[in-house]
Design a protein around this ligand. Structure first.
Ligand SMILES: Cc1cc2nc3c(=O)[nH]c(=O)nc-3n(C[C@H](O)[C@H](O)[C@H](O)COP(=O)(O)O)c2cc1C
Length: 372
């Protein structure tokens, strides 16, 4: 797809430091250990390409793909949208969501054929539907089943298989060590661990102690997830738990500069604040990519949440929030962005001014409901 051709922005070099360094997962070498977390409704090819263009992200991840027994004609279009990828974003992780070993294996093979460099199993999704169907975080109650799924996936693909898990199903069942042991014994090449249990809200504090115990008990890379979005959080994860890498989700939405800024802060570089003109240029490029992927009608609806996130923290975002959430056409997007940035004027804004809480107010989720 032409719109998905990369822009020629130079990539910042990868500094090697105690915190940021190359990482190997099975036979896959990552240039650095800052990873994008999979986020359904967000981490499509457009989002990932922007993250790579800005630089600093060692591994991008797709949205989860349900193990429904692909190929299935009814799901072919959805599968295509979820797995569309371009060379410029590589290496790329894709994620399987399911619980039947055979279906997960078929899906893993399909993801490899679609271009995945690493295939991850979702054992962390906490939504009601996942819990009811025994998928996502519900699998944390069944370490042996996770072992069977991982074994089947490893049989089906030559790519490294990893597992994304939480500390446990809930506070009373913190069995991450058992789950990790079952996953690794059956071939998992790395573990992404969200340092909360299945019932914890995103705002609650993470717990690094189980990650330290986990690091001591397995011989594969352990990548910490859960609010790893500041240099301070990353230093703590390394210093207190000895983790090998960091996976970042929500904070990357609207802030694709986060990865290179973390690299700078944790290495010898200087933090970069994008001028408003650059923020606007990237927002407009993101819009073109999304429309190229989903078409104008659906693309403009999907773009509502991204527009909000790109502008979050800037003066006026509160007043414009409702307009962001009602964008209905390309023209409306163009006019709205022009109005918003005209009010701001030129130059750069240092630090957040009106930062609305991400994901806690429902705007993103409400906009996300427009998606299939
Ligand atoms: C909108 C949204 C969608 C998500 N989708 C997925 C998913 O498809 N697979 C998955 O393993 N985790 C998913 N997650 C969880 C994130 O990958 C990550 O574990 C979580 O947001 C904590 O990391 P953070 O504090 O850096 O955001 C999602 C999170 C959000 C907010």
């Amino acid at each position: 797809m032409d719109a998905l051709s990369p822009t020629p922005d130079p990539q910042p070099p990868t500094p090697v430091s105690r915190y940021i360094h190359p990482l190997s997962i099975g036979g896959l070498r990552l240039e650095n250990n800052l990873c994008l977390a999979p986020m359904a409704g967000f981490t499509n090819v457009a989002f990932r390409l922007i993250a790579k263009e800005v630089g600093g992200c060692g591994l991008v991840a797709s949205e989860m793909v349900a193990a429904l027994g692909y190929p299935n004609p009814g799901n072919a279009n959805r599968f295509r949208l979820l797995t569309e990828n371009v060379p410029a974003e590589k290496p790329l992780a894709m994620q399987v969501y399911g619980r039947e070993p055979e279906l997960c294996a078929i899906t893993a093979r399909a993801l490899e054929q679609a271009g995945a460099d690493l295939i991850d199993l979702n054992c962390g999704c906490p939504v009601k539907k996942a819990k009811q169907s025994g998928c996502g975080v519900a699998l944390m109650r069944e370490p042996e089943q996770i072992g069977r799924i991982v074994a089947a996936m490893c049989q089906a693909t030559s790519k490294p298989v990893t597992v994304k898990m939480r500390l446990g199903f809930d506070a009373e069942h913190r069995n991450v060590l058992d789950v990790a042991a079952a996953a690794v014994a059956n071939g998992a090449a790395a573990l992404f661990v969200h340092a909360r249990t299945g019932e914890s809200k995103h705002g609650t504090a993470i717990d690094l102690a189980p990650l330290a115990a986990l690091k001591a008990s397995v011989n594969v890379p352990v990548i910490a997830n859960g609010s790893m979005d500041t240099a301070e959080a990353i230093r703590r994860a390394k210093d207190e738990a000895g983790v090998d890498g960091y996976q970042i989700g929500r904070a990357a939405c609207g802030d694709p500069w986060l990865f290179r800024n973390l690299m700078a802060e944790l290495g010898s570089g200087v933090r970069y604040t994008p001028p408003l003109a650059e923020r606007r240029r990237l927002l407009e490029r993101h819009f073109q990519l999304i429309v190229g992927l989903f078409g104008e009608e659906r693309g403009t609806r999907i773009m509502r949440k991204y527009t909000f996130f790109y502008c979050n923290g800037l003066p006026g975002v509160r007043r414009f929030r409702d307009r962001f959430m009602r964008i209905g056409s390309s023209d409306e997007f163009t006019t709205l962005v022009a109005d918003f940035f005209a009010e701001l004027g030129a130059g750069s804004v240092e630090g957040p001014v009106e930062h609305l809480t991400l994901f806690d107010r429902g705007q993103a989720d409400a906009a996300g409901e427009d998606e299939a």
